[in-house]
Ligand binder design. Structure first.
Ligand code: PMP
Length: 417
């Protein structure tokens, strides 16, 4: 069908009429811009303290060393690194990924690893191979906004399971599974960010990890464990990944975005062999092969650089920022509010005094030069109005303290209304 290009010009009100509106697949109807993304434009203005975005602070990265690694990859490995690769990913990097996962208790075979374009692509591929329209995906409530968007894009029915300061509540998970089983629903997997949850900042306790695995095993339910923040711990004892204790039932996702850089777009999935085979086929049709070049650079970085020391440096920087946020909240937040106290990761989840609405309040906050993400973005059904996600990864401790002062000013004037 030919389309008059003038039809897609902005109309006098500035909106675009989409000439293809009747042509999109049903699955595209569920694709809507996330609140986080819409916010980035406003929050990136220099005068705004952004407690909104989750961008890692890569200012401490050794850029000279990365430059030299990149040069050597071109000069010494160029014939392979500038050629097509496989959809499963470079075997050398997959071996190194097994060593990284070993730090969280996982004993993996590189054959079962698939490299992905960030862990985000792994989320999409897993959903693509498992979810038909109307199938149920269980997640914590709240949960990672782009996972919600991915599940919605595949027309999943998203059900949130109660989470508290110790992570998802096993009894709530079990009750939900009983109800869904009675209903005859097709439940495909339980998606969880058990360590330093995005957005809640909480970590599933060791006791609950055992319970969750036992329940999912009993219901024959796959667990999709998303763990991009596990190595960013600022206090407390490390926890074992769920995958460490349940190789059969868990698909595990990891990423170099937070421990190195999101710009390489290198993540990975570790899956039982049959699932891995499907994921590789799905990856092939999605993108043919990975960037051989980025994989080679990341592989050399892991081999030649003291990357664990680098992660320690990141952790010191993030710890100071988390402490600045928590102590400012402690001294300034109005009565009736509460918040989580993360031991790692990037996020604090705040609950506002009764009657306040974080979404309605946002334009006013941005006017006062502070931004956050309203809690509603992290639920599929509109919950979370009294909540907000505050991230401490990017602004300096001083900026964070100033941001909280501005935010509390807005809260107090809302309370006074
Ligand atoms: N999962 C979670 C919980 C995240 O917070 C993020 C990044 N914000 C991702 C997955 C995707 O990360 P990436 O694609 O950069 O690996």
């Amino acid at each position: 069908m030919s389309v008059d290009p003038r039809e897609s010009q902005p109309n006098p009100q500035g909106s675009r009429i989409d000439p293809y509106v009747g042509s999109y697949a049903a699955r595209a109807q569920g694709m809507v811009a996330s609140e986080v993304r819409a916010l980035f434009a406003v929050a990136s203005r220099p005068e705004v303290v952004s407690l909104a975005g989750g961008m890692p602070n890569i200012s401490a990265l050794p850029l000279e060393a990365l430059g030299e690694i990149t040069r050597r990859v071109v000069v010494e490995q160029g014939r392979a690194a500038l050629q097509y690769g496989s959809a499963q990913g470079d075997p050398v990097l997959r071996q190194q990924i097994c060593e990284v996962m070993g730090l969280e208790g996982i004993d993996a075979n590189p054959d079962d690893v698939i490299v992905t374009v960030g862990s985000q692509q792994a989320l999409d591929l897993v959903t693509r191979i498992f979810v038909d329209p109307g199938d149920v995906v269980l997640t914590e409530g709240p949960t990672y906004v782009t996972a919600i968007n991915t599940f919605a894009a595949h027309q999943a029915r998203i059900e949130h399971v109660l989470m508290d300061d110790d992570g998802v509540v096993p009894e709530a998970l079990e009750e939900r599974l009983v109800r869904l089983e009675k209903e005859g629903a097709r439940v495909k997997f339980f998606y969880t960010v058990p360590t330093f949850n995005n957005p809640a900042g909480v970590t599933l306790t060791a006791g609950r990890r055992e319970r969750v695995l036992e329940i999912c095993d009993r219901f024959n339910l796959l667990v999709l464990e998303d763990n991009p923040y596990g190595l960013l711990r600022y206090e407390g004892e490390p926890v074992r990944a769920l995958r460490a204790d349940s190789p059969r039932n868990v698909i595990y996702l990891g990423s170099f975005s937070k421990i190195l850089s999101p710009g390489f777009r290198i993540g990975y999935a570790l899956a039982p062999p049959a699932v891995r085979d499907k994921l590789v086929l799905a990856a092939e049709s999605a993108m043919l092969s990975h960037s051989s070049f980025n994989q080679a650079v990341v592989g050399r970085y892991l081999a030649d650089q003291p990357w664990k020391e680098q992660v320690k440096d990141f952790n010191e920087m993030y710890r100071a920022r988390r402490d600045a946020l928590l102590s400012s909240l402690e001294s300034l937040m109005p009565e009736g509010s509460s918040w989580t106290r993360p031991q790692g990761g990037f996020f604090v989840w705040a609950t506002l005094p009764e009657g306040l609405d974080s979404k309605a309040m946002l334009p006013r906050a941005v006017n006062e030069r502070v931004a956050y993400v309203p809690g509603t973005g992290f639920y599929s059904g509109g919950d979370g109005r009294r909540n907000m996600r505050l991230s401490f990864c990017y602004p300096t401790p001083e900026q964070i303290r100033e941001g909280v002062r501005r935010l509390v000013g807005v809260l107090e004037s809302e309370i006074a209304l």
